[in-house]
Design a protein around this ligand. Sequence first.
Ligand code: GDD
Ligand code: MN
Length: 363
Amino acid sequence: MPNNNTSIVIPTYNERENIPELLERIHRSMEPSGRPFEIVIVDDDSPDETWKVASLQPDSDRVRVIRRQDEKGLATAVLTGIQAAKYDIVVVMDADLQHPPEKIPELVSRVQNGADIAIGSRFAGHGALEGFSPSRRLLSKGAGLLARTLFREIRSINDPESGFFAFKKSVIAHANLSPVGYKILLEILVQGDYTTVSEVGYTFDKRENGVSKFGVKNAVHYLRHTWSLFLRSGEFHRFWKFVAVGGVGAILNLAVLYALTELGVFYLLAGVIGIEAGLLSNFFLNRSWTFSDRGTSGLRYTLTALYRDHAVRVVGVVINLLILYLLTSLFGVYYLTSQLIGICVAMVWNYGGNQWWTWEPTS
Ligand code: GDD
Ligand code: MN
């Protein structure tokens, strides 16, 4: 029986100075609703003894502290907290007050009102990433683009990397979760079962006490995490289907060129027909196999997708030729090596185009 009460999961590492104000502000924001809630702090055996400070706080029957001594890491700490949570709605937030506790009731009420996941999103636009250096901003943008290309389900979400969100525990009941690093929400969005996501804007405050644990190793963790999600989510499988279909297209292209030329057709014309045969084979195989989950049918849709796919792949050919030229003539690379690199880059381009555009619904 869903009870609609809330467990607030907070990972901590060296946050002792932030604990008193954090707990006080959570209490003040949660109390008016009168609903039961609990706070689950998951501390990775902080040298500053955050675990001890937290368990000595007043109202300690509502606050549970889990001290992990065997494992470290934000995302797995959050998972530990979620597993320990006793209520059906779980809120995840940082301890350093960069996530305003005053926003929790709004996140929770979105879930109570039907959203499966409610995300606290750092405001879109400028000034949103307060306290982020330009390099971290750029990194964050690039990482976001990569994830959005691979995982379509997060494309319409403004802040899939947020560390501040609420969700129904049922979302992850059957999910295979195995995050690395920081991005627990990304993991839940790609692997969880849900239909409705709602976003609540908030300002990511400056950290007043303690230091961020974010560092170069987080960028590495992020890439490892994205890669592992790529494998586990089935998107890797999709990519290989796309490559295999491209291989079939290339063979067909050569076969048509050969057959028509042998039959007496001028080789350049035969080449054009061969290329088009390859494009059509790619298109129809991708439609019924690689991207069969995109619910693509109807004549109008097919024509639009066909046009889009051609547009994408023509640009792909230009990219391929450009790389062949630049690497060979400007950098002295052996022309076959240049071409191989060109083919790979064009393939990534084509895949991106298919993911972002070709198989999207027509408006
Ligand atoms: N248990 C545990 N173990 N907690 C950790 C660890 C760890 O290894 N590393 C960090 N934390 C805790 C911190 O104590 C803090 O409460 C929270 O996780 C966030 O850590 P910060 O180091 O302050 O992260 P940030 O401010 O750079 O980034 C945060 O906010 C972003 C925007 O919402 C993170 O939540 C990001 O995931 C998020 O994108
Ligand atoms: Mn922080």
